[in-house]
Design a protein around this ligand. Structure first.
Ligand code: SF4
Length: 396
């Protein structure tokens, strides 16, 4: 009925606080940030610098490096300096596994953000069951965690740097496992415990992640976290990812299933697609997810029909040619359709259309308006001419 308001097709992102990581901001309404991680040994300064640079040039906005020892932490300092001297400062995140506070404190001097995993802050041989701990013992462990974390929190706070509290389904602290089981609730409580420690030290430059390798677990954890934070009046940005997604087509689909589902609900401020492939391969997947959802537009949007018995030319081949000729024209929407059977509306209001007209001929469209009919073998060149004539062409 005419009285009903139109259905909203825009994704409304959950409101989060802005967290600065070098020259990039996560959350606060800024575009969803793309990140990845190099797989070089951090001690290999030259190799790491080259790899970070390669990723950054491809559009990776924040790069993570692993820091398993104090030596590695010092190497990160050299990497950072070398990047600034030979390329440009790239926002770096250090992944500090186990509760190596010395490592974290050293690397905090060099990077823009430190990622810690709450599940690794374990202080004694864990007992096998919650009932073996007295309540006091249980609380004392919480206090120990706070004392351990404190110097890092203060260092990051005083330097205006950030921290990611990165909970992993696969490495929950035993206390959380006893209390909540191996569940999204356990993951969320684990993150909340660390958030509260940071807040008690007046530090709020936090980004939270709750990754799991099973998509339904990851979805439940992030949704619960967003709800719990909303209920508690917390507005920390979320870093989305599916861990151990694997490789190839299924790795991409699995990552997309998890990341895009949450983004479509407005949850998530930065993403990483974890593939068992060269990290450069992750970046186009991230940007494709963001573009498909209309969250960022970094490439030409192609609308193309799947082709059928009515198709008047080799659609796959023509789409390929059109893409090769126009893929550098960021911001445009171009449709390639086998025929105009259902009218130009089927082109999803693309800026330009290349449409089968009759055998050997195609029609070029500007929006919904048919501009001219041309022989098919001149189609791509005529499309370029049309875009040029409209002043929307730039040379590749
Ligand atoms: Fe077939 Fe035409 Fe539809 Fe393409 S646009 S799938 S050619 S009917």
């Amino acid at each position: 009925p005419a009285s009903q308001p139109p259905v909203d097709t825009v994704i409304h992102r959950r409101q989060t606080r802005p967290v600065r990581v070098g020259n990039i901001t996560i959350g606060g309404g800024y575009p969803v940030v793309v990140q990845s991680m190099i797989n070089e040994d951090t001690m290999d300064i030259e190799g790491s610098v080259a790899s970070i640079r390669r990723l950054h040039e491809m559009g990776c906005e924040i790069v993570r490096v692993t820091v398993p020892s104090v030596g590695h932490a010092k190497a990160v300092g050299e990497i950072k300096q070398k990047l600034a001297a030979t390329y440009q400062p790239v926002p770096l995140v250090a992944d500090v596994h186990h509760n190596g506070m010395k490592i974290a404190l050293e690397v905090a001097k060099h990077v823009d953000k430190v990622r810690i995993n709450p599940g690794l802050y374990v202080f004694e041989k864990p007992k096998s069951d919650r009932s073996e701990y007295t309540d006091t013992e249980f609380q004392e462990i919480g206090e120990k965690i706070r004392e351990t974390l404190k110097p890092l929190v203060i260092s990051l706070r005083d330097q205006g740097k950030a921290m990611r509290i990165g909970v992993n389904h696969g490495s929950l602290a035993e206390r959380m496992l006893f209390t909540y089981g191996d569940t999204p609730e356990g993951m969320v409580e684990s993150a909340l415990e660390f958030i509260r420690i940071c807040e008690s030290l007046d530090f709020q430059n936090l980004v939270i992640s709750l990754k799991a390798s099973r998509v339904p677990v990851m979805l439940a954890a992030y949704r619960l976290m967003a709800k719990r934070m909303d209920d508690l009046g917390m507005d920390y940005p979320l870093h989305l990812g599916v861990t151990e997604a694997g490789d190839g087509e299924y790795g991409r689909i699995k990552s997309t299933a998890g990341i895009a589902t949450l983004l479509a609900d407005g949850i998530g401020d930065t993403i990483r697609v974890s593939l068992t492939e060269a990290p450069e391969k992750e970046i186009p997947v991230c940007y494709s997810i963001l573009q498909a959802l209309g969250l960022r537009k970094t490439m030409v949007e192609y609308v193309a029909c799947p082709s059928c018995g009515r198709t008047l030319f080799n659609l796959e081949e023509v789409l390929h040619k059109v893409r090769e000729a126009t893929k550098h024209l960021t911001g445009l929407d171009i449709a390639v359709m086998g025929c105009i059977v259902n009218g130009p509306g089927e082109m999803a209001d693309a800026d330009y259309g290349y449409v089968g007209k009759q055998p050997g001929y195609i029609s070029l469209y500007r929006g919904r308006e048919e501009i001219k009919k041309v022989p098919q073998d001149q189609g791509v060149q005529e499309l370029i001419n049309l875009i040029k004539g409209d002043g929307r062409w730039v040379d590749p």
